[in-house]
Design a protein around this ligand. Structure first.
Ligand SMILES: Cc1cc2nc3c(=O)[nH]c(=O)nc-3n(C[C@H](O)[C@H](O)[C@H](O)COP(=O)(O)O)c2cc1C
Length: 341
């Protein structure tokens, strides 16, 4: 039986069919799908005014992460993070109201553990401790003291633990990878990065069209300028190398593929992070989801043409002798897995 599409193709005059195809495969269709996405995203995302438990939880994780980053700085700055602490205390209070089961949530426990470490690390710094006490309820602070250090805050390991990385079974390699934001001062060369990049080239992509483009930035001045626009590594020393992953949209063939580059280059990014880890090289993905001004400045600085979408940076370098980073506690699998039987 002929489908409606086939019938129309057979009965309508050819110029009309071509016009219809152009509309379906062209700019109007792209605009419509972008509008649909914008509507869906706007209803869902965790904006300041969000009241849903899921959005409040996401904001709680975000502020927890900001404190975790402060706790993992090599040059610890006493009294850091006044604003994120205040934001965290406010969002935790709102979350307690939005979700009566808040105490069972990994993200809530992780937030408490992070506050607990903040308090422990500020022992003897009474003004900072008074500030924390003014924000959080006393019973929360008492419980926070007893939460295990694996639930949130910072974690440390030594460079020696990474020496066997190339021989580790996948699961172990994956579990022990952490984002590294402070690297050894030793420079890193393209030759040292090449094996990981080549390994990441095995990443699958839609119909093997391989949109990912890789820029390896080794010039300190350019790295500093790029990161000062990006902002996510503020307060850290400049990493020895910065990789930018983009997606070349010229490989795509239809409007509905307009986000495919983010998927494909995102997969490439994860493969690259693990390949670097296997080579005993530290890394941290950094977001490039910019507003118009920073995007324009980044494109101008690095000469990125309009046909490429920025997907992510990856800061790269050798592990320092002692590494401290964020716990970044993960949600339990049952929170994210839905079985459709
Ligand atoms: C796309 C992406 C963007 C990120 N952007 C930043 C960033 O701007 N600054 C930062 O310090 N970390 C950034 N991260 C690192 C995350 O904070 C980190 O991956 C997360 O907390 C999980 O921790 P882990 O990588 O140690 O397992 C980013 C991660 C991803 C995947």
């Amino acid at each position: 039986m002929n489908s409606m599409k086939d019938t129309l193709k057979e009965t309508l005059p050819q110029p009309m069919v071509s016009f219809g195809k152009r509309v379906l495969n062209g700019y109007p269709s792209l605009i419509m799908s972008s509008l649909r996405e914008a509507r869906r995203f706007n209803k869902a995302y965790a904006k300041d005014s969000a009241t849903g438990a899921e959005q409040l939880e996401a904001r709680m994780v975000y502020f927890t992460h900001q404190i975790e980053k402060g706790l993992s700085h090599k040059q610890f700055r006493y009294g850091f993070g006044k604003k994120p602490l205040r934001n965290l205390s406010e969002v935790m209070a709102r979350y307690r109201k939005a979700n009566p089961d808040y105490e069972t949530r990994v993200s809530y426990v992780s937030a408490m553990a992070t506050v607990g470490e903040y308090v422990r690390r500020h022992a003897g710094h009474d003004a900072d401790l008074r500030y924390v006490s003014s924000l959080f309820p006393p019973d929360l602070l008492r419980s926070a003291e007893w939460i295990g250090h694996k639930e949130g805050g910072s974690l440390s390991f030594s460079r020696d633990e990474k020496r066997r990385n190339s021989t580790l079974p996948f699961r172990q390699l994956n579990e022990h990878r952490h984002s590294i934001r402070e690297f050894a001062e030793t420079p890193i060369t393209l030759a040292q990065l090449q094996p990981a990049i080549e390994s990441a080239m095995r990443t699958p992509s839609v119909c093997n069209r391989q949109p990912t483009r890789v820029r390896v930035i080794l010039n300190k001045d350019v790295i500093e300028k790029a990161l000062s626009i990006q902002g996510g590594l503020n307060g850290y020393p400049t990493p020895p190398a910065l990789i930018l992953l983009t997606a070349d949209n010229r490989v795509f063939m239809a409007p509905q593929e307009h986000n495919e580059g983010y998927t494909d280059a995102g997969l490439f990014g994860m493969n690259l992070l693990l390949a670097l880890e296997a080579e005993g090289i530290g890394s941290c993905p950094l977001n490039t989801m910019f507003r118009k001004g920073p995007e324009r400045a980044t494109r101008a600085l690095l000469g990125i043409p309009a046909n490429e979408s920025l997907v992510m940076y990856i800061a790269v370098g050798h592990f320092p002798e002692e590494c401290t980073t964020c716990v970044s506690r993960r949600l339990p699998a049952e929170d994210i897995v839905t079985v459709i039987e």
